[in-house]
Design a protein around this ligand. Sequence first.
Ligand SMILES: Cc1cc2nc3c(=O)[nH]c(=O)nc-3n(C[C@H](O)[C@H](O)[C@H](O)COP(=O)(O)OP(=O)(O)OC[C@H]3O[C@@H](n4cnc5c(N)ncnc54)[C@H](O)[C@@H]3O)c2cc1C
Ligand code: FES
Length: 332
Amino acid sequence: MARIEIDRSGETFTCEDDTILRAALRAGIGFPYACNSGSCGNCRFTLIEGEVEHGFGKAAGWSERDIRRNRWLGCQAIPRGDCRIKLRLDDQYRPAIRPAKTGALLESVREITHDIREYDLRLDRAMDALAGQYALVDLPGMTQPRAYSMSAIGEGGALWSFQIKLMPGGAGSSVLAGLSHGARLSLDGPFGTAHLRPEAPRDILCVAGGSGLSPMLAICRAAVADPRCGARNITLYYGARGMADLFDTAILPHEADGTPKLRFVPALSESAPEGWTGRRGMLHEVVEADLGADLARHEVYFAGPPAMAEAMERMLYQRGVAPEQMHFDKFL
Ligand SMILES: Cc1cc2nc3c(=O)[nH]c(=O)nc-3n(C[C@H](O)[C@H](O)[C@H](O)COP(=O)(O)OP(=O)(O)OC[C@H]3O[C@@H](n4cnc5c(N)ncnc54)[C@H](O)[C@@H]3O)c2cc1C
Ligand code: FES
């Protein structure tokens, strides 16, 4: 077991069979991060004393310059002994629920669209998570876990559901596609800061690109059920390429008489069939055209492919939405 000291912070923690980032979060420390997958670079630290190795050597978020300056990625670095590291801690990353590892049984799989499936995992022990958070799932035969956001956290934390897009040619996707009821997996979580803020006083706007639907659905479901959000309007925009990417709206939260409890706005960016009267175009442009100056009155949540998330972020800044009102994950 290694002892990790964060220089000039007074914080120390132990790390055993773990990455430095995840061990810090398990110890309740506000270690900055986002993707947990080696891509964003947010978890970078400088190694002052000791030795570490990277689980994923070719991580996209780790540059030649980082290597020259002895900077490492917390989500990939595994200590070889005691270490002293340097980084700026930030309380917004201090986990409300400390992540933990558990085994899980794949209980069921459903089709949501032609390429998104929803997987229900029954955890060996119930664990809580906030709506909008994600887990790291170990897939059989893969050396690194994949990040997937929960679409629902049910049965008091015993059942976590995930909507996952099967990417053509993706190594993780091809393993997932072959899994069926009864498969054993292990997962680690919850992670992420793009979760529902039920105490925020503004209307709720969720924007999902493709499989970004998973955490946005979790947020909508939790907001509808939370009395603290009772007075807020809840709107979900969903960006799809064509009709094959649309899903059955029965999965959205509904009143007993079948009326949706939120406003749902699908937008098609590529092919729209004759007679389609809904929105067309790129998701961030559709949202801007519809809400414009009203955007700053919303608490905005969004998730999806990096290009979509970056376009949303830029547009929201230009529209005067404060960074504290934006909560998002880029599916790197
Ligand atoms: C915070 C977050 C939440 C996400 N939530 C969802 C979700 O809810 N639903 C969904 O469909 N997708 C989600 N994703 C995307 C998902 O994690 C995968 O990146 C995506 O499914 C890629 O498919 P793949 O695993 O088949 O691709 P692959 O090509 O197998 O892997 C792609 C990802 O794994 C990394 N990778 C590949 N090989 C290695 C290796 N040898 N060692 C280490 N890392 C490697 C890559 O850097 C890349 O990030 C999320 C991503 C992030 C960061
Ligand atoms: S959190 Fe480590 S690279 Fe993104």
